[in-house]
Write a protein that binds this ligand. Structure first.
Ligand code: NAD
Length: 454
């Protein structure tokens, strides 16, 4: 399984070790001392930390936008919206509701035990580790931290070495805002992450690919530490006959080519049901032009591929199927145009792995039964998208498929709805977060029963 995973290669294990060797044991011991002192538990401390994190994002947004541009060519509007504002919204939602979420939840008591009182209390876990990936390197390091701090934990954040400018900005700026006794940033690659994972944490929250997810889970198992694994996979888009194809194409393009397709919940491929494929292809090409212009390389909001290894991986996936639009590339600039492929065989390399880049294959399937079978024969996706006017189709998809999320009409949008849990199922991950779900992830739900002695 590991050999098939495009995100992991043995070269990653030879990444350079940081100059100053990390004393992970001492770091975790220090944070544990803080946690045991009770410093992180009061609501006031948690709210202070969340406000400080908010200030970090708003006051230093220019620094972060510059770093995101350097790492991924992210345009300022997209980077602000998907990294800075997204995380600020998560903080604001948490600030508005935290007191209510932390209130003990009364529980019923069976007749035989009465009089007695029962409640559920959300207890902080202790010291938690957040390991972040490179594709949304700010959001995916800090949004989990919102939950960790709101739930009253001490935390270590390990940003991705593949987004080095953002990682450096987080490491430099975060300690200026957050309580240094309770929050630490460790930069580094495999050796540093391995050193951290050898320690006993109370929760490990990992976002990234499934091959490393297995390494994380195996390391955590040695300490019986629970994990959240936010992974990826191929998220399909079903397009039903009768859907407005212009609107459909516009919304698929917006979700797919965000961050040059390097989004965990990006539409991975399209299943065009019935006779929709030909008309949809034309609409997709038009929607790419409308969103990114005749020359997307000149669009300041169109991103770049993170590194040459991923560029080579992606260009290696072209060459099968019929090119509808795109295909232009520049290795030195890590530019790959928004690309739509048609007549793609399910056996083609582009259909064997998560694409995680700006290539959109369109496959025709005869009917809804075939589309559902296609989805169910593969790993459970992080998201399943559908464009349909049929309530019956929606109901069948809800009942007959399994995915991290099921979204009709607007791909990628669900993760910005803070009252929805965000997470995968099966190969796309385990656990969930955002909003109140983050509090549950980073807390122990402690049962309290109080029976009077009288
Ligand atoms: P990555 O290469 O940045 O790796 C993620 C983290 O794992 C990094 O911090 C890295 O240092 C660490 N790491 C790498 N190798 C390791 C090892 N051998 N031992 C311990 N730690 C190690 O990111 P990636 O995995 O390329 O990210 C892309 C994948 O992440 C895609 O599959 C994507 O779908 C998924 N993803 C999921 C979500 C989500 O929220 N579900 C979000 C973003 C990305």
């Amino acid at each position: 399984m590991e050999a098939l995973n495009p995100f992991w290669s043995t070269t990653m294990t030879t990444a350079p070790v940081a100059e100053a060797a990390l004393d992970a044991a001492a770091l975790v011991a220090r944070l544990r001392t803080t946690f045991r002192s009770g410093r992180t538990k009061p609501l006031a401390w948690r709210l202070d930390q969340l406000r400080a994190l908010r200030a970090l994002l708003t006051e230093q947004s220019e620094e972060f936008l510059a770093a995101l541009h350097s790492d991924l060519g992210k345009g300022p509007t997209e980077a602000y919206r998907t990294e800075v504002a997204f995380t600020v919204n998560e903080i604001d939602h948490t600030l508005a509701h935290l007191e209510e979420w932390l209130r003990p939840k009364p529980a019923g008591v069976p007749e035989a035990f009465r009089p007695a009182e029962a409640r559920v209390v959300r207890d902080p876990l202790g010291v938690v580790l957040v390991i972040a990936p490179w594709n949304y390197p700010l959001q995916l390091a800090l949004a989990p931290l919102v939950g960790a701090l709101a739930a009253g934990n001490a935390a270590v954040v390990k940003p991705s070495e593949l987004a080095p400018a953002t990682s450096a900005a987080i490491a430099r700026l975060l300690p200026r805002y957050l309580d240094p006794a309770a929050v630490a940033v460790v930069e580094g690659a495999v050796p540093e992450t391995t050193a951290l994972l050898a320690q006993r944490f109370d929760h490990v929250f990992y976002t990234g690919n499934g091959a490393v997810g297995r390494i994380v889970m195996a390391a955590a198992a040695k300490h019986l530490t629970p994990v959240t694994l936010e992974l990826g996979g191929k998220s399909p888009v079903l397009v039903d006959p009768g859907a407005d194809l212009a609107v459909t194409a516009q919304r698929i393009v917006r979700g797919k080519f965000l961050n040059a397709g390097q989004t965990c919940v990006a539409p991975d491929y399209v299943l065009a049901v019935g006779d929709t494929a030909a008309a949809l292809e034309a609409e997709l090409a038009a929607a790419v032009r409308a969103a990114h212009g005749e020359d997307p390389a000149a669009d300041p909001e169109y991103g770049r591929i993170v590194n040459e290894r991923h560029f080579d991986r992606l260009t290696g996936l072209l060459g099968e199927g019929r090119l509808v639009t795109g295909g232009e590339q520049d290795r030195a600039g890590r530019y790959l145009a928004p690309t739509v492929l048609a007549d793609v065989s399910p056996e083609a390399p582009v259909m064997q792995e998560e694409i995680f880049g700006p290539i959109l294959p369109v496959l025709a399937v005869p009917d809804l039964d075939a589309a559902i079978a296609f989805v169910n024969e593969r790993e459970k996706p992080l998201a399943l998208y559908a464009f349909t006017e049929s309530e019956q189709t929606k109901q069948r998809l809800a009942e007959e498929t399994s995915s991290g999320a099921l979204v009709f009409g607007l791909p990628v949008s669900h993760l910005a709805v803070p009252e929805l849990p965000f997470g995968g199922v099966g190969e796309s991950g385990m656990g969930r977060y955002h909003g109140e779900y983050s509090i549950d992830t980073f807390s122990h739900l402690k049962a309290v029963l109080d029976k009077p002695l009288g």
